[in-house]
Design a binder for this molecule. Structure first.
Ligand SMILES: NC(=O)C1=CN([C@@H]2O[C@H](COP(=O)(O)OP(=O)(O)OC[C@H]3O[C@@H](n4cnc5c(N)ncnc54)[C@H](OP(=O)(O)O)[C@@H]3O)[C@@H](O)[C@H]2O)C=CC1
Ligand SMILES: O=CC(=O)O
Length: 290
């Protein structure tokens, strides 16, 4: 079996790489903070000393980085992907970034003869561990087909959405909706509580009606306990709201609900909650004293 490269051993990258290893794939990993690769070695991964070293060794390499700056850095900086990419090699960026960032990476990689696919994912830490992600790919169709065996392990469904940018945009639209829903949910939990209702009963009522969804079901009980252990860090959700609002600007789409939600996530960041789960935006409604 060909060796797969994997750059970025954060919450998602680690879970996805471990999942690939569990399913018999050979994986070479790299992370900016190299010590985070130690655990992967225990699962059978090899470790590369730079993105370029990983690309040199592997037929295709996946990136799962925090934001546009990180995604660009591992490609363009010294020791980056560009130094070793070329004909017969592919790079698949699964980070959530904007279409412009993805296009810059696509152009640089194809200029060197390599193939590029963007493939952001929907689904969080647990779906990544369980191979239940939804993969939103766009770019080089041949690379998509080459990566399908790995996508089938990491995800429950893969979409091929056409030209570069479409995967990034789809992901931002989805997360714009998710971030707005999380804010409405937080307000509802606090309103129920402050108006004398049992918020647990609200969860039961929501779960039986037309707006029942896995996110409310999964996050609700921990939010009521004030547990915001990060699965999807709030700082990344705020980045997604910001990028989705920019997409709205470009397309003259009025998004007052998303804009208000972005303000709430920004407020949460100023309260020092950026590294907690995005459900910690709940604190901007209930106040930190509760
Ligand atoms: N968590 C989730 O539920 C989901 C996240 N996503 C998206 O996936 C991506 C990764 O998320 P997640 O794993 O949660 O994030 P984490 O914050 O856990 O991990 C971020 C990763 O990016 C690396 N990184 C950050 N800055 C740089 C840089 N300048 N150069 C090189 N590497 C860098 C970090 O390295 P280091 O360890 O050295 O800091 C780390 O490996 C994000 O785009 C996020 O929006 C998508 C779906 C779900
Ligand atoms: O991007 C986050 C997710 O849960 O999907």
């Amino acid at each position: 079996m060909e060796e797969i490269g994997f750059l970025g051993m954060g919450i998602m990258g680690k879970a996805m790489a471990v999942n690939l290893l569990r399913h018999g794939f050979k994986v070479t990993v790299w992370n900016r903070t190299l010590s985070k690769c130690d655990e992967l070695k225990e699962h059978g991964a090899s470790v590369g000393e730079s993105p370029a070293a990983v690309v040199e060794k592997c037929k295709y390499t996946i990136g799962m980085l925090s934001d546009p700056a990180a995604a660009l850095s591992v490609v363009f900086d010294k020791g980056g992907v560009l130094e070793q990419i070329g004909k017969g090699k592919g790079y698949i960026d699964m980070s959530t970034v904007d279409a412009d960032t993805s296009s810059k990476i696509f152009e640089a990689i194809t200029a060197k003869g390599g193939d590029f696919l963007e493939a952001p994912v929907s689904g969080s830490k647990k779906p990544a561990e369980d191979g239940q992600l939804v993969i939103l790919a766009a770019g080089e169709k041949a690379l998509y087909e080459e990566a399908l065996p790995a996508f089938d392990v990491m995800g429950k469904k893969s979409f091929f959405l056409g030209q570069v940018g479409n995967g990034a945009k789809m992901k931002l639209v989805v997360n714009m909706i998710m971030g707005s829903m999380m804010n409405a949910f937080s307000e509802g939990l606090v309103l129920a509580d402050k108006s004398g209702l049992n918020p647990q009963t609200l969860l039961d009522v929501l779960d039986l009606g037309a707006i029942a969804n896995p996110m409310f079901k999964m996050k609700g009980p921990s939010m009521l306990k004030g547990n915001y252990t990060p699965a999807f860090p709030l700082k990344h959700q705020q980045k997604d709201m910001r990028l989705a609002l920019a997409l709205g600007d470009e397309n003259a789409v009025s998004m007052p609900v998303a804009a208000a939600s972005n303000e709430a996530f920004k407020k949460a960041r100023t309260l020092g909650l950026g590294d907690l789960d995005f459900s910690a935006v709940h604190n901007t409604v209930k106040g930190n004293d509760q």
